[in-house]
Design a binder for this molecule. Structure first.
Ligand SMILES: Cc1ncc(COP(=O)(O)O)c(C=O)c1O
Length: 401
């Protein structure tokens, strides 16, 4: 075992007993290089983060420039910092739907926390509705939104007032009432195994929220920044949330998140009481500079327009007797296998052959494909052929299903 691996296992806190333990040397474009000289095609983007691939030149330049200009100068909300201002103005322009005020935080789960606080404060209500099978982050409020009792009970008490509806179940919408402060959902459920909204589900949720005076919070932390073939999935599904949550792909590889709302709504965090939500590092100028370079590249380059074509290509190649179903919304894809017994052997094989695919939190029969949007058709073919070869090998092994 390499000594760095030993030190990693001894001193870096682990999230499970099954770490992939890929020892990273460097990364560039759609490839991550191991210290053993092995090259891995990244079919995951670090869970929907590296949408522009690794070390995208404009992002690297922006980071270098900002590091040399200034880094942290004061807690969020006190100093005028050009990267934040430019980013917020550009994002408002891209959204063009009244969501014109950006509150910068450091991560997705912090965006969730702040949005729940804002919704409770603005509505004066405490009840929150989230969807079964959703993941919104790992802080205590975000975990309270999880519907999996067997998981959350280990961290009880979670926050009170949370109940669940089933995604895509129109019958459950009556549970949104005039006591509900907010409904939080993902426009496409990610960790449930890429579940797109059916028919006009999101429109019906929006309407029910309007009738009951409930705020609609859309978590676009995985779906944002081009993943579904639109800058944001809510544009694809033609609804406007009251509060939009973004993170992951936002930073081009740097840690950042934000909630975005109309300025009149957002201003509730600034008064009565003042400092209703504060953060030391939220909107760190280096991270925002990276986010700004990312947003500009996504606007200027054709990557988002190519997403649907690339999605089609993947679906055309990935045909195999062991593949039962593919669910997708752009380059955001769940491949469901004929049996969940195939999942771990397949993922292990594919990774050992140099293509990074991954599990979902709540779907034990499917694996995830969410490559960088910059991936070329040839690279898509390469990765998909590796997956097919691994499936063929599993077939030959005659595993009992
Ligand atoms: C949909 C969704 N919301 C929120 C989060 C939490 O984001 P973070 O890990 O940046 O806190 C995640 C993370 O995977 C996510 O997928």
């Amino acid at each position: 075992m390499s000594s760095i691996r030993n030190l990693y296992l001894s001193h870096v806190a682990q999230t499970s007993e099954m770490s992939m333990c890929l020892e990273v040397s460097h990364a560039s474009g759609v490839y991550i290089y191991g210290s053993d000289g092995k090259k891995y095609l990244d079919f995951n983007s670090g869970i929907a983060v590296s949408s522009l691939g690794h070390c995208y030149p404009d992002v690297v330049d922006a980071v270098k420039h900002q590091v040399e200009t200034y880094m942290h100068t004061m807690v969020y909300g006190e100093h005028i910092q050009a990267p934040q201002v430019e980013y917020a103005a550009l994002l408002s322009k891209v959204l063009n739907n009244g969501l014109d005020s950006v509150y910068f935080v450091n991560s997705g789960t912090e965006a969730v926390e702040a949005a729940l606080k804002l919704a409770r404060k603005v509505t004066g209500r405490h009840e929150i509705i989230s969807c079964a099978g959703a993941y919104h982050g790992s802080t205590i409020a975000a975990e309270s939104l999880r519907s999996d009792y067997e998981f959350t009970r280990h961290f009880f008490p979670t926050i009170p007032g949370v109940s669940h509806i089933r995604f895509n179940h129109f019958d459950d919408l009556h549970k949104i009432t005039d006591k509900t402060a907010c409904v939080i959902l993902e426009p496409v459920q990610a960790e449930g195994g890429i579940i797109p909204p059916e028919n006009d589900y999101l429109t019906r949720v929006r309407e029910r929220c309007d009738v009951t005076g409930t705020l609609l919070i859309l978590d676009e932390i995985q779906t944002g920044f081009g993943r579904t073939g639109f800058m944001f999935a809510h544009q694809k599904y033609e609804i406007t949330p009251d509060i939009l949550l973004i993170a992951k792909g936002m930073g081009g590889g740097m840690p950042i998140g934000a909630l975005v709302a109309n300025i009149s709504l957002m201003s509730a965090l600034a008064k009565n009481p003042a400092l209703g939500h504060i953060t030391t590092f939220g909107g760190h100028p280096v991270c925002v500079a990276a986010a700004l370079a990312t947003l500009k590249a996504l606007i200027d380059k054709p990557f988002i327009n190519e997403v649907i074509q690339k999605e089609r290509l993947l679906k055309t190649i990935l045909v195999h007797p062991f593949i039962k179903e593919i669910r997708s919304s752009g380059l955001f894809m769940a491949i469901t296998l004929k049996s969940n017994k195939l999942l771990t052997p397949l993922i292990d094989k594919v990774i050992s052959k140099g293509v990074l695919i991954d599990y979902f939190l709540f779907d034990d029969a499917s694996f995830r494909i969410a490559p960088p949007l910059i991936i070329t058709p040839d690279q898509i073919r390469d990765g998909a052929m590796v997956i097919l070869a691994a499936l063929d090998e599993l077939m030959a092994e005659d595993i009992k299903l």
